[in-house]
Design a protein around this ligand. Sequence first.
Ligand code: PRP
Length: 212
Amino acid sequence: MKPMRIALTKGRLEKDTVALFEKIGYDCTNLKEKGRKLILEIPGANMEVVLAKAADVITYVEHGVCDLGVVGKDTIMENGTSFYEMMDLGFGRCKFALATKRGTDFYAGYNTKCIATKYPKVARTYFESKNMDVDVVKIEGSVELAPLLGLADGIVDIVETGTTLKENGLEVTEFISDISARVIVNIASLKLRKGEIEGLLDKIAEAKEEKA
Ligand code: PRP
């Protein structure tokens, strides 16, 4: 049978995911000494790991070229839902928040507020839930700049330690939701490789418990 293919989010979630796989007992040598290689075999496990950007993890799992994925809830909320979200891994914890310049009242005045964000869908959904009409401007990174430059009244962004906000004179105005790493599974794969996938999910759950 062809190897089970798992898409891992490169960067912030990578180290914790590899540590979890090692705890299960998988040989992660290739993952730790990967160089520029993007498809990495786990020897002796009929599994291969694909390293990709967060949104691409979802694309590969939705299209079925990867059976499983590890991705942040932030990316799941922003990008698509045609997969099963099977497990909260408990790491990569942070939150979505609305932040503004320290000491300003976001709701003051009657003008339509402008929100800068890397997550336009999350921002729109949040303000829709408050029945509030806002303009949303998509920014690709360092979103904290937008209110400082006068482009936006606030940002909807990820806050982990709060250092970036603090160092730039911004503060959290409202908490939106909690974020952490999740395991997602392709819909057809869960039918066709049910035993294998459930076996892996059991092992992950067990290793996760050990960690706590
Ligand atoms: C994220 C987020 C914040 C920062 C929050 O950005 O967009 O800017 O991390 O972390 P903190 O609360 O611990 O300071 P990232 O590092 O992914 O960079 P980017 O905004 O340039 O994409």
